[in-house]
Design a protein around this ligand. Structure first.
Ligand SMILES: Nc1ncnc2c1ncn2[C@@H]1O[C@H](COP(=O)(O)OP(=O)(O)OP(=O)(O)O)[C@@H](O)[C@H]1O
Ligand SMILES: [Mg+2]
Length: 223
């Protein structure tokens, strides 16, 4: 099976003044197409930092990171932007919908950034919103949505551009158990469609849905 993400001894540090905090201490991980992988570990161990690094939040890390066969460390910003916009989807604990855009506009946005014409972007966004059970809420503004609805919109937005993988940072952390199960079922459907999902989570029921669990402790992945 093809490897979509290959992280090899990734290191990441944050500097503030003279203080250097080494958050990731040599993380190696491979994720194949269509895998649903959970990342668990105590608060502060570096889960979000690892997701952000794999999500190309910045290029200031050590080690090697290959996405879809392409080495990204040291790549120019333009290349990183292109990979972020075409290959990666992100889902956050706080949903992060844009408050002044309607539901359908939020979902269209990644396509608009790729230069897709608005009517085509809207058609694709509507199709996905239908699939996540929100066809009736397309004109709503985010503040009128329940947490579960907002997260389903965020998932539609994360996959609208047909990424190779989705990074989900505690996607059920702000949801009640019913909404959380719905979100996990959607993520499973995405995985069945051949997209890989790497999900940081503290939730036992979320861990149970994954095909593999990777544990993290103090900036390292423990086998
Ligand atoms: N931008 C930053 N600048 C400085 N330190 C940071 C920054 N981001 C994270 N850290 C530090 O890195 C460490 C790991 O944080 P991270 O958010 O990755 O942990 P986490 O495993 O996701 O925790 P949680 O389960 O609480 O979400 C923490 O000590 C945190 O304070
Ligand atoms: Mg975190």
């Amino acid at each position: 099976m093809s490897v979509i993400i290959r992280a090899d001894t990734i290191g990441k540090q944050y500097k503030s003044g003279d203080l250097v905090v080494q958050v990731l201490k040599g993380c190696s991980l491979e994720i194949a197409a269509g895998e649903f992988v959970a990342l668990r570990g105590p608060s502060g161990c570096g889960k979000s930092t690892l997701l952000n690094t794999i999500g190309l939040a910045d290029s200031d890390f050590s080690g090697s990171l290959t996405i879809d066969g392409e080495e990204v460390r040291g790549a120019p910003e333009k290349t990183l932007q292109q990979i972020r916009r075409t290959k990666i989807g992100y889902v956050f604990q706080q949903f992060n919908l844009l408050s002044t855009l309607s539901v359908v506009e939020n979902v269209m946005l990644p396509l608009i950034l790729l230069g897709v014409k608005a009517p085509d972007a809207e058609a694709r966004a509507r199709e996905l919103l239908d699939r996540v059970g929100l066809a009736h809420r397309i004109t709503a503004l985010p503040f009128t949505l329940s947490g579960g609805e907002a997260q389903r919109v965020a998932i539609a937005r994360a996959v609208v551009h047909r990424p190779r993988f989705v990074l989900a940072d505690e996607p059920t952390g702000n949801l009640d158990s019913v909404a959380g199960e719905q979100v996990l079922t959607l993520l499973e459907e995405i995985v069945r469609g051949g997209v890989s999902v790497l999900m940081a989570t503290h939730s036992e029921s979320a861990l149970a849905r994954c095909s593999r669990v990777v544990a993290m402790k103090d900036g390292q992945l423990v086998v």
